[in-house]
Design a protein around this ligand. Structure first.
Ligand code: PA5
Length: 406
């Protein structure tokens, strides 16, 4: 496993971790048993359909040749995985821009995107497992109308791509009736675990990120034999933090390109664990910026949280300070100094800090990260005694919202 976890500043002992190893191992076995619902993502990196992968690459090449702007319409698990990877990873120069619609119900946000559509060659990619989500349905119809006005019906149909359930939902029905090129969201993979299916892979490929490397990283992580030794340590540590009364996980990063990766983790953890009155509240902090706003609270505020630091060890670019008191230092040196200094100051103040060392932000390591977080999330949720794969609370508000609309 190339991603390493450092618990030396967590306040937990090796003995604490060992006490939960058996239960964590059993949770891992359950995931791999193939008998649990919604665990299709577990073996996916090892067993994914290579022909489907080729088709994703072929279709993404077509989209890349058709447009300079791909508007992806989807929300939650049908949005965050793609957005996070596209923001974080290096893209082939000259690739289409990928922007997202249906991620809120703001008219102002969508009006700006509609205006942008007028001046660019555009394709739409609508993604919804249920095919009934309000944000997606409303905005897809708005953008579809604009696309038809721009290109005419026949060409617009050639520029609409759909990712949805194999059989169910209004979007599948429309896709079949209109003849959109489409992909299937596997029925045994829930939204927040779906980034390595066409839900994430199609937009990510269009953006110019190497999705083969992404899958290779996930495959390396899925086939790692290290899980039994320390792969579950993060999951156990998170569970123990909650047991000790630290209900908030402050997930910190020092690379702004990881902002949406943390948003993706927030959905993964929040929806998987936050039920039956339990779960850690996942919060995101972007450092060093947030040190200048939240630094005081972190250092001396109420002790309701612990910290998880995403530490990127090597960056492909660096900048040297040419003059002034920091002359000769590079930004990477300063960023590493900030990471180490903040961890020291916070742990000296009694805050539990978990550090994840990630060699660099490449598609390969990013694929590892996706699989690492999906697995540790499912293991922690199981230790907490909740089902990692349902989201009854999400369904509840959706139902009430629909009543208000009708
Ligand atoms: O993870 C989940 O299940 C949710 O966040 C869904 O992805 C989100 O509500 C969108 O649902 P759908 O893909 O059915 O439009």
């Amino acid at each position: 496993m190339d991603i390493k976890i450092d618990l030396s500043k967590s306040g937990l002992t090796e003995e604490d971790i060992q006490q939960e190893k058996e239960r964590a191992g059993a949770a891992l076995d359950k995931l791999w048993s193939g008998k649990e619902d919604f665990t299709g993502w577990v073996k996916l990196p090892l067993e994914y359909d290579k022909a489907e992968m080729e088709r994703i690459l072929t279709v993404s090449d077509i989209i890349r040749s058709q447009c300079s702007l791909l508007i992806v319409i989807g929300i939650g698990g049908s949005y965050l995985g793609a957005k996070a990877a596209i923001d974080a990873l290096e893209k082939e120069p000259g690739s289409p821009e990928v922007k997202f619609a249906g991620i809120n119900l703001s008219a102002a946000y969508h009006q700006r995107l509609l205006l942008e559509m007028q001046t660019k060659e555009v394709c739409l990619c609508v993604i919804s497992k249920s095919g009934t989500t309000v944000e997606t349905t409303a905005t897809f119809n708005i953008f579809k109308k604009a696309l038809i006005e721009k290109y005419g019906k026949e060409e617009a149909v050639q520029r609409i791509y759909a990712v949805t359930d194999k059989e169910n939902g209004a979007l599948r029905q429309e896709t079949e009736e209109e003849g959109y090129t489409s992909f299937v969201i596997p029925s045994d993979i829930g939204g927040r675990y779906s980034v390595l299916t066409p839900v994430g892979l199609l937009p990510i490929a269009v953006s110019g990120v190497d999705i083969r490397q992404l899958m290779a990283g996930a495959e390396a992580m899925a086939s790692s034999t290290d899980w039994d030794f320390h792969g579950t340590d993060y999951a156990i540590a998170r569970y123990l933090m909650l047991q000790q009364g630290r209900a908030v996980e402050a997930i910190q990063h020092y690379e702004p390109d990881l902002k949406y990766f943390v948003e993706w983790i927030k959905q993964l953890f929040g929806e998987s664990e936050g039920k039956d009155g339990t779960g850690l509240f996942p919060a995101g902090l972007e450092l060093t910026a947030d040190l200048h706003s939240m630094g005081q609270f972190l250092q001396e505020g109420s002790r309701i949280f612990f910290e998880t630091v995403l530490n990127i060890e090597n960056s492909s670019v660096d900048l040297e300070v040419p003059s002034g008191p920091l002359e000769g230092k590079t930004l990477n040196q300063l960023n590493q100094a900030a990471t180490k200094g903040v961890i020291k100051a916070h742990s000296d103040a009694g805050i539990s800090v978990i550090r994840l060392d990630i060699p660099s932000l490449t598609a390969f390591y990013y694929g590892q990260l996706i699989y690492f977080f999906e697995t540790t999330c499912a293991v922690t949720a199981t230790l907490m005694g909740v089902n990692p794969f349902n989201q009854p609370g999400v369904e509840a508000y959706k139902k009430e919202m629909k009543k208000e609309i009708s």
